[in-house]
Design a protein around this ligand. Structure first.
Ligand code: SF4
Length: 363
């Protein structure tokens, strides 16, 4: 079985879990213009942008000989729940009759166990639990280091240092296959992190930007103009509202074990969106409130063009921005997004945030 997955964020964790279960894993190419062109060509015109990019990724994975793809699903009042079936039908019409395994929340998906059994193969349940536990720890560590990288990157003395360090950290974790390996990777990564030389900047002059929005455009740099790096280059610390470990906490672990960050966002967003409307709209508005509570200076809100949940959050954002006194810039992303235009808007927004902070510092 040659198995693959959609390309989103730090893909080494998906690869690691599937490898630990004994599968031959094929990592799909990082999305490029070709991926988007393929996706746009074979997707319904009205499909959301993430659907199209993932479509292109699946086609590229099939071209590499993949026969099984594992992905996450969705439920509730948005189109995510249809993704899997439509992708499957389009792939079939193109001659790729593959297994597309869509994993939904265990309590929402009556076939969840059946799908897990398929992926389990000949492994014992104990081995599966060990592999899942290991991967969960791996994701948590990687997310922790990634957050730290984008906190340091704006202050690096030598451009490119933090990016290089991030690549080395991922390579360290890629070698880990057990708990001892994970500890070693952690120690080495801490040394790598310490080797990043940074300018000392007074706290009052630091600019912190939160990125909120739909999960795919928030988490996949190849389609969001490498937003985190871009903001760091403009001198801002960056944190996202979505990290893979937090998605797992919210979607796969019952809240009785630990209250997820998403659950906290939903709580904080309730005065603005009181019920689930699909996607991550509730989390997006709650995350804006949370970033403000943590003294962030501005928000970039990313939404796929025509994403219904994020259109709703976009319509409420001016009120949140006013009530919480925090500037928010919404960027709609699709295959037509003009990078130069978006860059000009982002630069102007960061200037505004910086000037606002400077005027508060003076007062
Ligand atoms: S959240 Fe938005 S982009 Fe994602 S499936 Fe729903 S409508 Fe489409």
């Amino acid at each position: 079985m040659k198995i693959s997955f959609p390309y989103m964020g730090t893909v080494l964790v998906y690869k690691k879990l599937l490898q630990l279960l004994g599968h031959e894993v094929i990592i799909p190419p990082r999305p490029t213009k070709r991926t988007i062109d393929l996706g746009v060509k074979y997707s319904p015109e009205f499909a959301c942008f993430p659907f199209k990019v993932i479509m292109g990724t699946y086609i590229e994975a099939c071209e590499m000989g993949v026969d099984t793809i594992v992905s996450s699903g969705g439920f509730g009042p948005c189109r995510a729940g249809f993704y899997g079936e439509i992708h499957r039908r389009i792939l079939k019409s193109l001659g790729y009759d593959i297994d597309l395994i869509i994993l939904d929340q265990p309590l929402q998906d009556k076939n969840f166990l059946k799908k897990v059994k398929f992926l389990k193969g000949n492994n014992s349940w104990l081995d599966v639990i060990k592999a899942v536990k290991f991967t969960y720890r791996l994701i948590q560590e990687i997310d922790r280091f990634e957050k730290e990288i984008y906190r340091l990157m704006p202050y690096e003395t030598e451009p490119g240092q933090a990016k290089k360090a991030w690549n080395s950290i991922q390579a360290e974790f890629d070698q880990a296959i057990d708990q001892a390996g994970l500890e070693r990777a952690k120690e080495r990564s801490l040394d790598i992190l310490k080797s990043i030389k940074v300018h000392e900047i007074p706290e009052k002059d630091k600019i912190r930007i939160g990125i909120v929005g739909e999960i795919y455009v928030v988490m996949e740099p190849s389609i969001n103009m490498d937003m985190e790096e871009l903001l760091c280059k403009l001198g801002c610390e960056v944190e996202r509202s979505q990290y893979l470990s937090e998605w797992v906490d919210h979607n796969l672990l019952p809240n009785i074990f630990k209250k997820s960050r998403d659950a906290m966002f939903i709580e904080k967003g309730k005065p603005y969106i009181g019920r689930a409307i699909g996607g991550h709209a509730q989390q997006s508005v709650g995350a804006i409130v949370d970033f403000k509570d943590r003294n962030f200076d501005g928000i970039i809100h990313l939404m796929p063009f025509a994403c219904l949940p994020e259109l709703i959050s976009q319509s409420i954002i001016p009120r949140i921005s006013k009530e919480h006194n925090i500037p928010v810039l919404t960027l709609a992303i699709d295959e037509q997004t003009g990078q130069t235009n978006a860059l000009t808007r982002i630069e102007a927004f960061i200037d505004l945030v910086r000037n606002k902070k400077a005027s508060v510092n003076i007062a």
